[in-house]
Design a protein around this ligand. Structure first.
Ligand SMILES: Cc1cc2nc3c(=O)[nH]c(=O)nc-3n(C[C@H](O)[C@H](O)[C@H](O)COP(=O)(O)OP(=O)(O)OC[C@H]3O[C@@H](n4cnc5c(N)ncnc54)[C@H](O)[C@@H]3O)c2cc1C
Length: 222
């Protein structure tokens, strides 16, 4: 870590790439010069004095670059500008924050949209053992990293799509997928990440099905 990092709330880094991986969804990367625990977030702004937004780190703990995965909110104050950044542009970041971190115990990881980011980071960091990933999206082209996730998890990678059909994809939302399961494993952790409506709905469903409240860990994006 560079000298002085801890004295500043936001620190400049040079963007190395910005790539649109699906319509309106971007991966932004910059060199990593600090360590973090998979699942943590960064505050990010385009100016040192601007109000930052939070983003989950999407890359693995040992990857040479930090990557974030974000959706452009057309009316948003940061994401439209972020999507137009070029290599060499400056970004201001915080130290990694948060305790939504994974471990090597069995768990179900349940995400919608870009809520996949912390789970991808955990899996890329080697926390694959006993993990089942359930990812819900609206359109089939929003299954970010699907080839790598299929390779890592095989049958333990469940894709749910609410607006388009495919024979290898569950038709419906993550809540529909969970509801039709006869049994949910007990004694494991359930990590939920994405929009607040999904997190609350899944949390309530898990509690109804007997999962102890303390086994449910969530991160709400908006
Ligand atoms: C802990 C945490 C981690 C987060 N990690 C990520 C991440 O990895 N990737 C990511 O894309 N976002 C993430 N977010 C959301 C992110 O911080 C911003 O809110 C989002 O990128 C919009 O920023 P903006 O400045 O463009 O829009 P704003 O000006 O902040 O908001 C515009 C409007 O869009 C709504 N909104 C905000 N985010 C979304 C969204 N994703 N989808 C639909 N509506 C939304 C807001 O409620 C608001 O009404 C995270 C949020 C939190 C709290």
């Amino acid at each position: 870590m560079q000298t002085g990092f801890r004295q500043q709330s936001l620190w400049p880094v040079k963007i190395s790439s910005v790539e649109e991986i699906s319509p309106g969804a971007f991966l932004l990367s910059f060199p990593r010069n600090f360590s973090f625990s998979a699942g943590q977030v960064l505050k990010i702004a385009l100016g040192e004095k601007e109000v930052p937004r939070m983003y989950s780190i999407c890359s693995g703990e040992n990857d040479p670059e930090i990557t974030i995965l974000f959706n452009v909110k057309p009316e948003g104050s940061l994401t439209p500008q972020l999507s137009h950044c070029k290599p060499g542009d400056t970004l201001f970041i915080s130290l990694p924050l948060g305790s939504f971190t994974g471990d090597d115990q069995p768990a179900w990881l349940i995400a919608t949209g870009t809520g996949l980011a912390p789970f991808y980071s955990m899996l890329r960091s080697g926390l694959v053992n006993g993990k089942q990933l359930i990812h819900g999206v609206r359109y089939l082209n929003q299954f970010y990293f699907e080839y790598e996730l299929t390779r890592m998890l095989g049958q333990r990678y469940i894709k749910c799509c609410s607006a388009e059909h495919h024979d290898k994809v569950f038709a419906g939302r993550v809540t529909d997928y969970l509801r039709q399961l006869v049994e949910l494993p007990s004694g494991i952790k359930y990590y939920l990440c994405g929009n607040g409506l999904m997190v609350v709905e899944v949390r309530d469903l898990l509690i109804e099905r007997g999962v102890p409240f303390n086994n449910i860990i969530s991160e709400i994006y908006f």
